[in-house]
Design a protein around this ligand. Structure first.
Ligand code: SAH
Ligand code: SF4
Length: 328
């Protein structure tokens, strides 16, 4: 608004119209002058991404395919649980990180999402399936893309979501998951509002991690661990670690031992989610048998880790972790 020569407080009016009233056409902004509306009309397209496909899963979650203005498609998952709803959101069309177990990774990067497209996913899902109010929402950036590769737009969207004139979301209700882009972790650690951080670990030696997650060839496990130390975890905060269990690849007792050693004093402040590999055509990795999954969890628990085995929601509709592929 200031760049258009308008007073700053007009920004608050806009935000409230967009995120509270959820207006989607400029003619609804009756609190703005006709001339300003006409000007905005030519410069800013208010249309949210449109849902072009919805696949409900037996577990209550629904996977949605959104079409963006340029025709590209992304995916998001709506997961209700009791009186809260968790939305799993995308940050990019595709992903550049190339993790070998991930379907999104296999498509490469097509483009970043803009802040408005990130916000638009939230508003479109709320309008379609609820909740009504922002304070019943939990957001996880675990859909398509590496959020820290698109940090400017991601954080702009987070600022607007948390703004009291917007949805007023608590920053503790937003989790950003990264494959370990240390430069991004360092930047994010200093931003306000600062969301929670999740880290996809997925391997316990540099050799294995470098093979399955190319990012590790730039920032190895030791460097990554230092970045977590430097994050400056506040009292009561925890990191969330994700560990995709790949049968015969990263599921031995030696892995559990190394993982625990790598965590070090973070053993006091973490949650560790074990996600049995969701199999898909673009990867040869398979999930370990059920007995091995339980055994691996046990090996970690006896070493003091806080482990949950996460049965991905939306598996029957290919809406589960690492199965999101869409694009052109
Ligand atoms: N790019 C970010 C966030 C999106 S991926 C990241 O990697 O953290 C969300 C999660 O899905 C990550 O923890 C990733 O390790 C996991 N994942 C990727 N492929 C998977 C697969 N085939 N099965 C299960 N989880 C997978
Ligand atoms: Fe990208 Fe995350 Fe998939 Fe790796 S796991 S390719 S970082 S979306």
């Amino acid at each position: 608004m200031t760049s258009l020569g308008e007073p700053r407080w007009r920004g608050g009016q806009l935000l409230s119209g967009l995120l509270r009233q959820r207006w989607t056409r400029w003619d609804q902004f009756s609190n703005l002058s006709r001339s300003l509306r006409a000007r905005l009309e030519t410069e800013v397209d208010l249309a949210w991404p449109t849902i072009v496909q919805s696949q409900p899963s037996l577990d209550g979650s629904t996977k949605h395919v959104f079409a963006l203005r340029d025709g590209r498609q992304i995916e998001g998952v709506h997961m209700p649980y009791e009186d809260r709803v968790t939305l799993c959101l995308s940050s990019q069309v595709g992903c550049a990180m190339g993790c070998t177990f991930c379907a999104t990774g296999s498509m490469g990067i097509l483009r970043n999402l803009q802040a408005g497209e990130i916000l638009g996913q939230v508003l479109t899902l709320m309008a379609a399936l609820g909740p009504e109010r922002g304070h019943e929402l939990t957001l996880v950036f675990m859909g398509m893309g590496e959020p820290l590769h698109n940090l400017d737009h991601l954080h702009r969207a987070i600022r607007l979501l948390c703004h009291p004139a917007g949805l007023g979301l608590g920053k503790g209700r937003i989790t950003v998951s990264t494959s370990g882009l240390v430069s991004g972790i360092e930047r994010l650690s200093k931003l306000e509002p600062r969301p929670l951080l999740a880290l996809s670990l997925n391997a316990t030696t540099d050799e294995a991690r470098g093979r399955t997650m190319p990012v590790n060839r730039v920032w190895n496990l030791a460097r990554l661990r230092r970045a977590l130390d430097d994050w400056g975890l506040k009292q009561g905060e925890r990191f969330c670690f994700e560990y995709v269990l790949l049968g015969g690849e990263n599921d031995t007792e030696a892995d559990a031992e190394r993982l625990t050693a790598w965590l070090g004093d973070l053993r006091r402040a973490h949650n560790l989610n074990l996600i049995p590999m969701n199999e898909h055509a673009a990867s040869a990795f398979r999930q370990p048998g059920e007995a091995r999954v339980q055994q691996f969890a046990e090996w970690l628990k006896v070493r003091g880790c806080f482990v949950t085995v996460r049965r991905s929601r939306g598996r029957d509709v290919q809406g589960a972790c690492g199965q999101l592929v869409k694009g052109s």
